[in-house]
Structure formats: structure tokens, C-alpha cells
Design a protein around this ligand. Structure first.
Ligand SMILES: Nc1nc2c(ncn2[C@@H]2O[C@H](COP(=O)(O)OP(=O)(O)OP(=O)(O)O)[C@@H](O)[C@H]2O)c(=O)[nH]1
Ligand SMILES: [Mg+2]
Length: 233
């Protein structure tokens, strides 16, 4: 897919402040410092679009970027950042949870995991929460340039084994390195496929198949409130 324009839209502190629901959205989530903003920039092809920082907890608002005037990338605040005002951190987490549970035009979530780490409790708990809340997502293992391929594969295998029992159909798995410009085409391909599926759906007027990562939530009415299951983060 060719990216012809990438424009910062707005930053929202909560769901009510998010922009209109007219465009399909692809959101990045994961622990603080895992590389969400860096991956967003890699996909957009614009190094300084989303702010990147070595300081964990840097992205504090829900940031929207419109791509090709047709769809959006959404940079979410990371979870697992303990410092700072507890109250603020809880508020942001609640905003992220509401965005993930209720945003009707959220098409797909890229859940980022550090490829250099064995499965982390918080990531496992977060993926379980996504599964329980029927949020469509894929896994993206980041920073592969920092590890040997064997170590990356071992960490991926351990994580996918740990979550296997929660899914009839396990989530798709990708790897990336923003530092080495790797993974861009594969992930843009996922987005292109999802957008094509939305177009096909709209043209046929048919109900979506509902298989993850099909864009099953696009263009549905905003009545999606599911039971407020306990958030692990
Ligand atoms: N070696 C390497 N470093 C990376 C990569 N991606 C990101 N980083 C570094 O990791 C740090 C965090 O990157 P960000 O993109 O800001 O991470 P984030 O997940 O958006 O962080 P928060 O907004 O704080 O939650 C920065 O110092 C980046 O330069 C990568 O692929 N390889
Ligand atoms: Mg960030």
C-alpha cells in the first residue's frame, strides 16, 4: 500500500473527545516503551509524526492520524507505567479501555510485545482482556533488531503457547523493527486487507464474518457496550 499523506488529527483525553467515527481506525497498544509510536511512524513513513521517547509513559493521550484521507492510525497510551500521579494513570487507562470496548469504527488493534522478553504477566492479562471483550487484534513483536532471531522465535513461541487456550482461532503474529525499517509492508498489507473487506461489506450490504482480524466492528452503531469486565491494567 502506498501512503500519500499522513496528517496529525487531534489528541483526545477520553472517548467523548475522539474525532468523528467516519473513518476506519487501526490502533497501537502495548506496554509503555514497547515501540508503539515508533511503529506508527514506520507505517506512516514519517519519522517525526508521533512523538517517540526513551522515557516510559510518554504518550499520554489518544492520538489520531489520518492516512491517505481514508483511514486513521491511533497511538494509544501504554499500560504498565507505574510512575506519575496514580489518579492520572487510572484515568488514562479507563479512557483506553472505553476506546477499545466502545469505539464503533475501531477496525483492528495492533497489540505490541517486546520480542526480547519472555511472556510478561501484564501482557498476558491484557491479551486475555482483549479476548474477553472480543476486540479484534493481531500481535506484533517489536524491536527484533535487539535480539538474535532464535531468541525472538523462542519468545514468540512461549507467548503464543501461553495464550493458545483462549482462542478458537489464534491471533495472527507479526514482527517488526522500527530501527531497521522491517515489518512495514506486512503490516500495511494487513490494513489494506481490512479496508478492502470493509469496502466489500459496504458494497454487498452483508454482515461481516466476525472472524478476527476481520473488521467486524466497522460502521456499526455505537451500542457496543459489553459487560465491564475487570481490567488487568
Ligand atoms: N532498537 C530499537 N529501539 C526501538 C524500536 N522501536 C522503538 N525503539 C525505542 O524504544 C523507545 C520507546 O519507543 P516509543 O515508540 O516511544 O515507545 P511507546 O510504546 O510509544 O512508548 P510510550 O508512549 O511511552 O508508551 C525509544 O527510545 C525508541 O527509539 C526498535 O524497533 N528497535
Ligand atoms: Mg508512545
Amino acid at each position: 500500500m502506498h501512503i500519500s499523506s499522513a496528517i496529525f488529527d487531534c489528541s483526545a483525553p477520553n472517548l467523548d473527545a475522539c474525532p468523528d467515527e467516519s473513518l476506519p481506525e487501526f490502533a497501537f497498544i502495548g506496554r509503555s516503551n514497547v515501540g508503539k509510536s515508533s511503529l506508527l511512524n514506520l507505517l506512516a513513513g514519517q519519522a517525526g509524526l508521533a512523538r517517540v521517547s526513551p522515557t516510559p509513559g510518554f504518550t499520554k493521550l489518544i492520538n489520531f492520524f489520518t492516512i491517505n484521507h481514508r483511514w486513521r492510525l491511533v497511538d494509544l497510551p501504554g499500560y504498565g507505567f507505574a510512575e506519575g500521579a496514580k489518579k492520572d494513570s487510572a484515568r488514562f487507562n479507563q479512557a483506553v479501555a472505553r476506546y477499545l470496548q466502545q469505539r464503533p469504527n475501531l477496525c483492528l488493534v495492533f497489540t505490541l510485545l517486546d520480542s526480547g522478553l519472555a511472556p510478561q504477566e501484564m501482557d498476558l492479562a491484557f491479551v486475555e482482556w482483549l479476548a474477553r471483550n472480543a476486540v479484534p487484534f493481531v500481535l506484533v513483536f517489536t524491536k527484533t533488531d535487539k535480539e538474535t532471531p532464535a531468541a525472538v522465535q523462542a519468545n514468540i513461541a512461549a507467548f503464543t503457547a501461553a495464550i493458545a487456550g483462549w482462542f478458537q482461532q489464534p491471533p495472527a503474529v507479526f514482527t517488526c523493527s522500527a530501527a531497521k525499517n522491517e515489518g512495514r509492508q506486512e503490516l500495511l498489507g494487513v490494513i489494506a486487507e481490512a479496508i478492502s473487506a470493509i469496502q466489500a461489506e459496504e458494497e454487498s450490504g452483508a454482515e461481516p464474518s466476525g472472524n478476527v482480524p476481520a473488521p467486524s466492528r466497522h460502521a456499526k452503531p455505537a451500542n457496543k457496550k459489553r459487560p465491564d469486565l475487570q481490567r488487568p491494567w
